[in-house]
Design a protein around this ligand. Structure first.
Ligand code: ARG
Length: 298
């Protein structure tokens, strides 16, 4: 099923006919010991250099971890590394997968910024210890790929959504699609405040997605609407200031989301989801929230 789809005209299948993907059961989180904002590689960081409250960051991280546990996920905790303040955002260094034969695989990222490149081997080593088959992108062909920051699994189906333009280069998806033998729906990102797909696109269940529409192009929006029956929209304020779309719905029912996304939460409740609000204000200073503070695993 390897193919990269960029427009509805090339959509030849319907998502619910694709092979099933099991639900993830585990979570990886990287300890926030060395988390801080030391440089600015996205617009959210610019005014926040040196401005992280470490104690609050630790408590907020612990709270996010607690909700995943409460929902029945087993959480792996990996040490952070001195000098790698963004390593805590462990959605970004890899794209894990379980193939149809039940083999756990992972594609390692090629980080866009030099500041984050050294994070990848630490994460890779952890996957190695867990017995994953490690896959690498060809650096001659792919300039940058930031894992699940930009590559997001459709809920329950072997279908990948791939954002590109800021942190991941478009050509990455040809390789990723071929490597994992899955179709990729490629979406160009159109606003630098929404530099990763996970800042503006949150798959809630097989038929429902939460998006910030202005972060996409017209043809991207058409693709999203062609696949999802229900598209819930976040306002600019909740998407940009509270990272509403960087929520995580790890089981198709429970949504873990930054506190205070009132409009989004009422839409989500109306659609039948259960909301778990968490405070991630220290991580918002770095341009991240719940979704990128963890990696879901099978
Ligand atoms: N400061 C980090 C960066 O700019 C934040 C990453 C947040 N991750 C995410 N998937 N949105 O790389």
């Amino acid at each position: 099923m390897a193919q990269v789809i960029t427009s509805v005209d090339h959509l030849t299948f319907s998502a619910h006919n694709l092979p099933a993907l099991p639900a993830p059961k585990q979570v990886l989180m990287v300890e926030p010991t060395f988390f801080s904002v030391d440089y600015a590689i996205n617009p959210h960081m610019a005014d926040n250099i040196g401005n992280v409250d470490k104690t609050a960051a630790r408590n907020q991280w612990q709270q996010v971890l607690g909700v995943f546990r409460q929902l029945g996920f087993s959480v792996h905790r990996l040490e952070g590394q001195k000098g790698l303040p963004d390593m805590v955002f462990c959605a970004n260094q890899s794209l894990p997968y379980i193939n149809p034969a039940g083999r756990k695989q992972v594609v390692m990222s090629i980080m866009h910024s030099d500041m984050r490149k050294e994070e990848v081997p630490y994460i890779e080593q952890w996957y190695r210890q867990q017995g994953y088959e490690i896959r690498y992108l060809d650096r001659e062909k792919v300039r940058a790929f930031e894992g699940c920051g930009d590559a997001i699994w459709h809920s329950g189906r072997r279908l990948l959504w791939g954002g590109y333009g800021y942190r991941t280069s478009r050509e990455a998806y040809k390789t990723v699609s071929g490597m994992l033998d899955v179709p990729v729906m490629a979406l160009r990102l159109a606003d630098e405040h929404f530099y990763h797909l996970d800042t503006c696109f949150c798959v809630l269940n097989e038929t429902t997605v939460l998006i910030y529409p202005q972060a996409f192009t017209e043809s991207g929006l058409k693709l999203i609407h062609a696949v999802f029956d229900h598209v819930i929209e976040a306002s600019e304020d909740e998407a940009k200031e509270r990272f509403a779309c960087n929520a995580s719905c790890p089981d198709g029912k429970n949504v873990i989301i930054q506190q205070g996304c009132r409009e989004v939460n009422s839409k989500l409740r109306e659609a039948g989801f259960t909301i778990h609000e968490v405070e991630t204000s220290e991580y918002l200073k770095s341009g991240g929230s719940v979704f990128c503070m963890k990696q879901l695993l099978w």
